[in-house]
Design a protein around this ligand. Sequence first.
Ligand code: ADP
Ligand code: MG
Length: 285
Amino acid sequence: MKEAEPIVRAEDVSYTYEDGTQALKGISLTVRAGERVAVMGANGSGKSTFFLHLNGILKPQEGRIFIGGKPIDYSRKGLLEVRKKVGIVFQNPDNQLFSASVKQEISFGILNLGASETEAEKQVEQVMEELEINPFAHKPTHFLSGGQKKRVSIADILVMGPELILLDEPAAALDPKHARMIDGIVDQLSRRGITILLSTHDVERALIWADRVVLFDEGVIAGEGSPEEIFRNDAILKQTNLEKPTVFQIFDTLCEEGILDPKLDPPHRVEELAAYIRQKGTEQL
Ligand code: ADP
Ligand code: MG
């Protein structure tokens, strides 16, 4: 069987801002449909700039971007096509939410893509239900809390039925409860088969959620691989200033102390680590 076209292919993309900042220096990345990709790296490493390229907001000065196998066409019509397929949820919701009311806000994009009023209404109702937005749907968007704004900005995008969603640090600046709620929504989107690129500093979350971790470092990709390959690679963690996930730290310590067997599969969740320790305890009785 012929392999499906990757949903995204970036080829040697470079971008320098007007003030001379070289934000991207030859980024090449392929993402397959349905993949869950965690994009990580220090502030200023180029994650957001790269995301802005994937739905055509920025145009590479060098290199090319293919969506669904076709190079992005930067005409008005071409960009509309790209934005039907690729939605971006900005890190700061205030850059995204413009309309006075929540419902208007969520309807705007889908109407703009040419849906009829009736069709838009139906989709908007469904997404508001799904993301539990109804309780604050009557509020003006500028009165919403951070977590509510984030849900509305995800709804904005989801309602358009994209194949790929770019989530730029969606849990940043949220309290733990709302951050977990956004995690739940992201899980729901991945289960539905939507391809997701998510930028995050949360190694524990990336370990559990991602199929692949891509590490940005000063405008280049310093490494990519499964969460296990990346988070068990001390050299690359050090280079990109990432902490090793806590479950790995504890697992490694227990292995070094001879309490656990280093040949065990490294646990991704606290529950898995607890099960190893419990098992060991039972064996010693
Ligand atoms: P990240 O999302 O990983 O924090 P960014 O893509 O926002 O990184 O930034 C990459 C680099 O580009 C940084 O050095 C940042 O200061 C710079 N940069 C981002 N936006 C602009 C802009 N509009 N003008 C000039 N420099 C920018
Ligand atoms: Mg950013």
